[in-house]
Design a protein around this ligand. Structure first.
Ligand code: F6P
Length: 338
């Protein structure tokens, strides 16, 4: 069998470990041929690919980014001028021209949707969820998330000392798109005093009250962790500057902001993410060998499993208000801004 593998959407730590997991299992265990398709679906449209063998699949386990490159190419997007979209047919033609028996798509939510549509074209597809955001429906956790939380937690740790030295409020914005997973996990692990999640919204009066209460108890410094997708003043996204201004105006305490940005997406995967990527990649190859296609590999209750793409594509996994970390945080006096 010959399989093609691509990474699509924003990169995250662990993609190379997944390519290695799929590729080495395919080549060494099942005797398959593997080609790497460059820059996601863009590479499939341009027949831009490279053979992957035992040599090129080595040295990837701890490497950040993706050796194949990635892009946000969405081949099923409607053409702006209303003309017919020829990309789906080009994908079918190139899949056959490359002699593929299956296409492995490593990606986040957008990629799961695209992978499902490619499978509906009659092609064999297996997808593997990845994203620092942890918002892919149908899996308990995506690789990349654990690594990003580690980095974000270290950033919050470092803000504590400078916040207390200056008696300031430090607002730190974390990634996650519409989901607050990184903010919740890094906020709790880093001991943030206020954690603001896009899923919960925020009442600025309550945030300021928490900060003033801390000051009254002899703690005139606070850390506020905020998810980038938080809606503030009816505007969705980029909340940090407005939030900082409103905290400073409402509390009278000097407030500074940090936007962690792409630092939390780059670099080496954690040990947890390396193993998760390896397990997902191995299971993907096993399904291909069995001829089971049109599925997304996932981790549920510590077990590697898979779901039909139609059941997961187009759905988001968001933080629920009754998440036990939120309940526990509230019990310990952490404000969630509501
Ligand atoms: O999905 C991962 C992510 O890093 C989000 O957290 C963030 O909103 C987005 O990608 C940034 O996308 P881009 O790479 O297009 O700037």
């Amino acid at each position: 069998m010959k399989i093609g593998i691509l990474s699509s959407g924003g990169d995250c730590p662990g993609i190379n470990a997944t390519i290695r997991g799929v590729g080495k299992t395919a080549v060494s265990h099942f005797g398959m041929e593997v080609v790497g398709i460059r820059y996601g679906f863009q590479g499939l449209l341009n027949k831009d690919y490279t053979e992957l063998d035992d040599r090129s699949l080595s040295g990837l386990l701890n490497l950040g980014g993706t050796i194949l490159g990635t892009s946000r190419e969405k081949p099923f997007r409607r053409v702006l001028d209303g003309s017919e979209n020829e990309k789906p047919q080009i994908i079918v033609d190139n899949y056959h021209a490359l002699g593929l028996d299956c296409l492995v798509c490593i990606g986040g939510n957008g990629t799961q949707k695209t992978a499902y549509k490619v499978s509906q074209l009659g092609l064999n597809v297996i997808s593997i969820p990845k994203t620092i955001d942890n918002d892919v429906f149908g899996t308990d956790i995506t690789f990349g998330f654990h690594s990003a939380v580690d980095i974000a937690t270290e950033a919050i740790d470092r803000l504590h000392s400078t916040a207390s030295a200056h008696n300031r409020v430090m607002v730190i914005e974390l990634m996650g798109h519409k989901a607050g997973w990184i903010t919740l996990y890094a906020g709790m692990a880093g001991g943030a005093d206020v954690i603001l999640l896009p899923e919960l919204g925020c009442d600025i009066e309550k945030v300021n009250k928490t900060i003033l209460n801390r000051a009254a108890k002899g703690k005139p410094y606070s850390i506020v962790a905020v998810g980038e997708g938080l809606e503030l003043d009816g505007m969705q996204g980029n909340p940090t500057s407005r939030l900082s201004r409103q905290i400073e105006a409402g509390t009278g305490i000097e407030t500074r902001e940090t936007i962690l940005g792409y630092v939390q997406r780059g670099g080496n995967p954690s040990a947890f993410d390396r193993n998760l990527a390896t397990r997902l990649g191995g299971h993907a190859t096993e399904l291909i060998a069995k001829g089971q296609f049109g599925r997304m590999i996932s981790l549920i209750d510590e077990q590697i499993t898979s779901f039909p793409l139609e059941k997961v594509a187009g759905k988001l996994k968001l933080v629920q208000p009754d998440h036990d970390l939120i309940i526990q945080g509230k019990r310990m006096g952490i404000s969630f801004g509501i």
